[in-house]
Design a protein around this ligand. Structure first.
Ligand SMILES: [Zn+2]
Ligand SMILES: [Zn+2]
Length: 281
């Protein structure tokens, strides 16, 4: 894997190597780092993974891009550090006079999560901006083109997959919230992704050994959320330290606190840094 500083503006196309570009690597409540959002790029395809409250500024400052440049998006779950910029993004696509691109975002999601996203988060600010001839308000489909992955397995955890314009994505359920959820039946719907059979991006999850057992050995690199202190809804660095050395060396920590410089994480592969590109051979 090559690590390069982001050019400004970032090109949303490349020669065909899979790359992850972090526009932010911070926590939900951090004050310095942008929220943990990234862009996957391969050939002519890009997919923005999550877009939190800091998303629009992070896109500009870390990658020199504007929201109108974004065409495709995948949302892992509904916390504000993952969806807080989504209304702004979708309204900009629909209403900005400068938008020369397609005004609908392609959104990769299960049907169940699409409904949660619209009904529980987006509707309030997006439904009544216009009405159609019969006085009906806007719906999810006026802003988004839904890309629905196929079910790969339902048990022991739901895994769905799609080949999105050459980027192979498996979305798997994670155990993130509530803090006492020990099974998927008790947990709210949250996802992580496994990309091109080589990169694991956990998004937000508690420490989950069975997830590492499932994907760890197949992964060249694991981007894992992490907390420097014990945390009820995220994997902590202390917990990740218990993993075998061979796995730890693949782990690039992400979604970490603003005080990251104070911590020694030399037993891991490294820290994912905002404004950097992680390019796979
Ligand atoms: Zn988060
Ligand atoms: Zn979260």
């Amino acid at each position: 894997m090559k690590i390069l500083k982001c050019n400004n503006p970032l090109k949303l196309k490349n020669k065909g190597n899979l790359e992850f570009v972090f526009i932010g690597t911070g926590t939900a409540l951090g004050k310095k780092l942008f929220h943990n959002n990234c862009i996957m790029i391969k050939g002519d395809t890009h997919i923005l993974v999550d877009f939190g409250m800091t998303g629009p500024e992070a896109l500009r400052k870390s990658a020199g891009l504007a929201v109108l440049d974004i065409e495709n998006i995948l949302i892992t779950h509904s916390h504000a550090d993952h969806i807080g910029g989504l209304e702004y993004l979708a309204l900009s696509k629909r209403y900005s006079v400068n938008n020369t691109h397609n005004n609908k975002l392609k959104l990769i999601s299960t049907s169940e999560y699409r409904n949660i996203l619209w009904e529980m988060s987006l509707r309030g600010g997006m439904e009544w901006n216009e009405t159609n001839k019969s006085g009906k308000p806007l719906t999810f489909s006026d802003y988004f083109e839904h890309v629905k992955p196929k079910v790969i397995s339902e048990s022991p955890r739901l895994i769905v997959g799609t080949d999105f314009q050459g980027i192979k994505i498996e979305m798997f359920r994670t155990l993130h919230i509530p803090e006492n959820a020990e099974t998927f039946a008790d947990a709210f719907l949250t996802f992580g992704i496994f990309v091109d059979n080589r990169v694991l991006f956990t998004a937000d999850t508690k420490f989950d050994k069975s997830l590492i057992d499932l994907y760890g050995h197949k992964s060249e690199v694991i981007f894992h959320d992490s907390s420097f202190e014990l945390n009820p809804v995220h994997a902590s660095v202390q917990q990740l330290r218990q993993l075998p050395k061979t796995i730890k060396k693949k782990i690039y920590l992400m979604h970490y606190g603003d005080d990251w410089k104070k911590h020694n994480i030399s037993d891991f592969g490294g820290l994912a840094k905002q404004g950097y590109r992680y390019i796979f051979d």
